[in-house]
Structure formats: C-alpha cells, structure tokens
Design a protein around this ligand. Sequence first.
Ligand SMILES: [Zn+2]
Length: 208
Amino acid sequence: MIHEILPVGPLQCNCSVIGDDTTREAMVIDPGDEIEDILAVVAKHNLKVKQIVITHAHIDHVGGAMKLRAATGAPILLNQNDYGLLKMLDMQAMWCGMTSPGKVEIDQSVTQADTVKAGTLTASVIHTPGHTEGSVCLYFPAEQKLIAGDTLFAGSIGRTDLPGGSFDKIMNSLHEKVLALPDETIVVPGHGPLTTIGEEREGNPFLK
Ligand SMILES: [Zn+2]
C-alpha cells in the first residue's frame, strides 16, 4: 500500500493519498486544500485517483474536493448526514478566516458498512457521529489502519461544540465502534501525529 499523508491548508488537515502498488489505483481522503501538492504526490507515484472520500463536511477537510474532482474525474463521497453542513461552507469560511471554496457537489453518500475500493485496497466505512452528524472513519482491515477524521486524535477527541456536534454521540461512536478495533490498528487522525488504538485505549484522557 502506498500511503502519503500531507498536512494541508491553514488548519493543517491530514490529507491521505492511498494507492494500490499493483494497479496504481488510488483514493484521496480529505483534500482540504493545496490540491497542486496532492496532485504532485499522485503523479510521483503514477497513481490514478478513483475515489475522493470526505470524513466530514468541515471546510478544512472538504475545501479542495471540487478542484481535485475536476483534475481527476473521481467521484466525491460523503455521508449524507453532513450535506447540511456543506450548505454552510461560506459561514465556515468566515469563522476560520478562509476563502469559501464555493459549492461542493457530492456524488455518493457512504455509510456504516459500505466499502470504498481502489484497486485491491478495500476500506470499510464506520459511521461515527459526534464531531458532526455525518462523520465517518475509514478502516483498512488488511493493513490495520484507520483514517479517523476529527473523531479521534492522539491524546484527544474531536470537538463537539460546533453545529451538528454531540458529546454523547462521539463518546458512543468511540466506545462502540472505534475502540472495537484491534490495539495494533494505526490511527491517522484528521490533524496532528499518528497513534494506535492501543495507545489511545491506554492513555487518552477522554476515553477513561
Ligand atoms: Zn472537523
């Protein structure tokens, strides 16, 4: 598996470029910004982007999706419970002091137990409401890797004080779904350093 993580935009959202070494098919997760840099990584590995997956509809995660779709022709996937937040991108831009990316169109909703494929790579969608209603994580069982969006961070969890956020829901998502994964699972959070499920189970003060 080819996996490059690029922190993009002013909020340094971790964008993942994940490719199949054999077929060169790839998925890009959370292309928030700096699409030229993402495309450079795609080109460096000679990849063909087949899926654009958005973990949730905050501007720092979805801001560059339309640019990437225009460049690659790949569909944009997002859980439908976040479609409402997409209509608030102008307001989100104002809150963060960013420029609005304009209208973002979703090609397909993804939800619990759906699979997203690129070549021989398969990710299961885990619906993890709490940070937003439509937050999802992507789990690659063969590689024991979780792309967690803003649901789980190293030593912290996603904030729940923004529209659509719920502390009860994020706690439920974390305990029922995320912590159900094996300890060895590598976690790629939406921001900041990588961690593992085992480390967070042991040391994350929000999960005690
Ligand atoms: Zn977020």
